[in-house]
Design a protein. Structure first.
Length: 507
């Protein structure tokens, strides 16, 4: 969180005023081959402050031609001995230096992200910026430890054979990240990619390009060779061009399941490697013996943090019938305590949705839930007095049923659908009755039951008596239509590398 000397409402706004002045009347260029450049077409687009609905600045709109330039730059950098022959230790030092620069510029990055994304700047600093620093420092330790092994093979000929494997970078990686955690998602992908020795083209979401561009500049300041990290903001056509590009060896994507499926189709041309972190509809399972105060606080945070715009948002609540009423009252109390407003104010705990389009989606789902028979216990509309920006109240839909769309479809907003249960077998069936399998939360003081439920629930991450805990050392990803592959840890390094087997006849 903010240091004591910065803990006043004027501090973030003073940074914002400076950033606004610096960006006013300018176009934020693409970052290709170490230089900020305009789009070849000359096209631009505005990036909007979700708290006000006003444009922050204009950004160069990259297209297929710009993607061509960026991929070519990444390929040159990948084949350049300055990068390809760089020692593992020197690659580690670059990552450490980048982490240090992010730390040095943490407040500015947090405010920039707040302007572009809307989430409170103090939350942004504590979660996104500090998390990005941690991610780069974690992966800075991998280049000197990631390698192959010697294997005891048994050749039919009886020859004396030395067999060993090596790990080699896959090549040029196209990275496509979403708008809900722009800085974090960029770090999650860039850090293991460059730690593995790849060169990258990052395509940030068009709603939130600013911290990605700043991160690319900091990478150059850290000493990364030109072309190792390229950043090309643009719309969907730029992302499609990156996915389909024959010069890209691997695509990593975080975003919706629908777009993930299109990426799989688009990558088929050269059968590039693909990893996907996609949607979720995570269940929160509460047993009658749970600590209701602790569960309510964490469940509220799990659905209302970042205004519910989180892939792991605990949006399906399964509360045992004996404690459902008491639990919902507690969660509603946490919803009422949210301080809704501009994220530049230190008191704000709940900012706007990312766009009018997303506001319409969330509002539409609340209406659908009511039509299907769910009851709005709290929220469900624009907050009083917030006529600018894309604000939507934290919302609880009580009396939801398992077949309702608000229970089965990802809303990506601050909407909790609450169901009750009594039969454990039916509970597990309903929790698993989803196209998604990203995460789940379990609340109980019975450790045996907790472990049995964790085994039964089909999800890539299961939290017991906690929620939304992540760490760069622990693998993260989903089952079913929540994705392919795992972020973090050694698994992430493997995503950006190839294994080569070498046989040597010593006879």
């Amino acid at each position: 969180m903010a240091t004591v000397e910065h803990a006043n409402e004027g501090y973030a706004r003073s940074i914002a005023r400076r950033l606004d002045a610096e960006m006013a009347g300018t176009v934020q260029g693409l970052l290709i081959d170490g230089k900020r450049v305009p789009a070849l077409s000359g096209a631009t687009f505005g990036t909007v402050n979700p708290a006000t609905g006003a444009d922050i600045t204009q950004v160069a709109r990259g297209g297929a031609a710009d993607i061509d330039l960026a991929v070519a730059a990444a390929r040159r950098a990948f084949e350049n001995p300055a990068w390809r022959a760089m020692s593992a230790n020197d690659r580690s030092l670059l990552l450490y230096r980048l982490a240090d620069l992010i730390e040095r510029n943490a407040d500015e990055l947090a405010v920039l992200e707040c302007l572009d994304n809307g989430k409170p700047w103090l939350f942004t600093k504590a979660v996104e910026i500090e998390g990005s620093i941690k991610t780069f420092r974690y992966f800075a330790g991998w280049p000197t430890k990631f390698g192959g092994e010697t294997l005891p093979v048994s050749p039919r000929s009886g020859a004396r054979i030395l067999n060993y494997t090596t790990r080699e970078p896959v090549g040029v990686a196209g990275l496509i990240v979403p708008w809900n955690y722009p800085m974090s998602m960029a770090a999650w992908k860039i850090a293991p990619a460059v730690a593995s020795g790849c060169c990258v083209v990052l395509k940030p979401a068009e709603q939130t390009p600013l911290t990605a561009l700043r991160l690319g500049e900091l990478a150059l300041e850290a000493g990364f060779p030109a072309g190792v990290i390229n950043v090309v903001p643009g719309l969907g056509d730029a992302g499609a061009a990156l996915v389909e590009h024959e010069g890209v060896d691997k695509v990593a994507f975080t975003g919706s399941t629908a777009v993930g499926k299109s990426i799989v189709r688009g990558s088929a041309g050269n059968l590039k490697k693909v990893s996907l972190e996609l949607g979720g509809k995570s269940p929160q399972i509460v047993l009658p013996d749970a600590d209701l105060d602790a569960a309510a606080a964490s469940i509220a945070a799990g659905i209302f943090f970042n205004q519910g715009q989180t892939c792991t948002a605990g949006s399906r609540l399964y509360a045992h019938a004996d404690i459902a009423e008491a639990l919902l009252a507690r969660i509603a109390g946490h919803a009422a305590e949210q301080k809704i407003g501009n994220g530049l104010d230190d008191a704000t705990t709940f900012g706007p949705l990312i766009s009018q389009e997303q506001w319409d989606v969330v509002s539409g789902y609340v209406a659908i839930g009511q039509q299907e028979g769910a009851q709005v216990m709290t929220g469900g509309r624009r907050p009083s007095g917030e006529d600018k920006g894309f604000f939507f109240e934290p919302t609880i839909l009580a009396a939801a049923g398992p077949d309702m769309r608000v229970v089965r479809e990802e809303i990506f907003g601050p909407v909790l659908s609450a169901l009750t249960w009594t039969d454990p077998a039916e509970l597990v069936r309903q929790a698993n009755d989803s196209a998604f399998g990203l995460s789940a939360g379990i609340w109980t003081n019975d450790i045996k039951t907790a472990h049995r439920l964790a085994e039964a629930v089909k999800a890539g991450t299961v939290w017991i008596n906690c929620f939304n805990m992540v760490d760069p050392a622990s693998p993260f990803g989903g089952f079913k239509q929540s994705g392919w592959g795992r972020e973090h840890g050694r698994a992430a390094m493997e995503l950006y590398s190839e294994t080569k087997s070498v046989w040597v006849n010593l006879s």
